[in-house]
Design a binder for this molecule. Structure first.
Ligand code: RP5
Length: 164
């Protein structure tokens, strides 16, 4: 199975990124977690992106806040799918990172999830790997079924408790 790369711009992004890492772990997907910055270590980011396909990765998740160029910088140097997580920083409620990540020019796609949407970033990466992996697809179906059952259960409880 292909690996997933999870790259964050700074260790300060880790509390958000953790949800992606935990999700990938739950699904048994091999994951490499790294800190690389489009601004502070652009050479390392470029090197990683250029070699990612040859190194066995199937998709790259990039989490960054503020002027969040990390996902775009990766997309510039690989044709693997790049998933961007805009991380909420100290200003603008994370809108700065959202717009920096999502507003890519034509020809350089970044699949951008919600602000701090790390779990969905991981699930999207897993769905990409599951295109060619029936076992992984089954795990995704099982997760969906479990989540559906939880909502039916919650509905029953709320209905019994509050309806009159
Ligand atoms: C971005 O700047 C990082 O991804 C982080 O979200 C933000 C702040 O970084 P630190 O100053 O906390 O290292 O590049």
């Amino acid at each position: 199975m292909k690996k997933i790369a999870v790259i964050m711009g700074s260790t300060s992004d880790m509390p958000v990124v953790e949800k992606a890492v935990n999700t990938l772990k739950d699904f048994g997907v091999s994951t490499e977690v790294r800190v690389m910055s489009a601004h502070r270590t652009p050479e390392a980011a470029r090197e990683f992106a250029i070699n990612a396909r040859a190194n066995g990765f199937g998709a790259i998740i990039c989490a960054a806040g503020m002027a969040a160029h990390l996902a775009g910088a990766f997309a510039a140097n690989t044709t693997l799918p790049v998933i961007g997580i805009p991380v909420k920083g100290p200003s603008f409620d994370g809108m700065d990172a959202l717009l920096s990540t999502v507003q890519m020019p034509s020809g350089m796609p970044v699949a951008t999830v919600a602000i701090n949407g790390a779990a969905n970033a991981a699930l999207l990466a897993i769905q990409m790997l599951a295109i060619e992996d029936a076992e992984l697809a089954k795990k995704l179906d099982d997760m969906r079924a479990k989540n559906t059952a939880k909502v039916y259960e919650a509905d029953k409880e709320i209905n019994e408790k509050y309806s009159f």
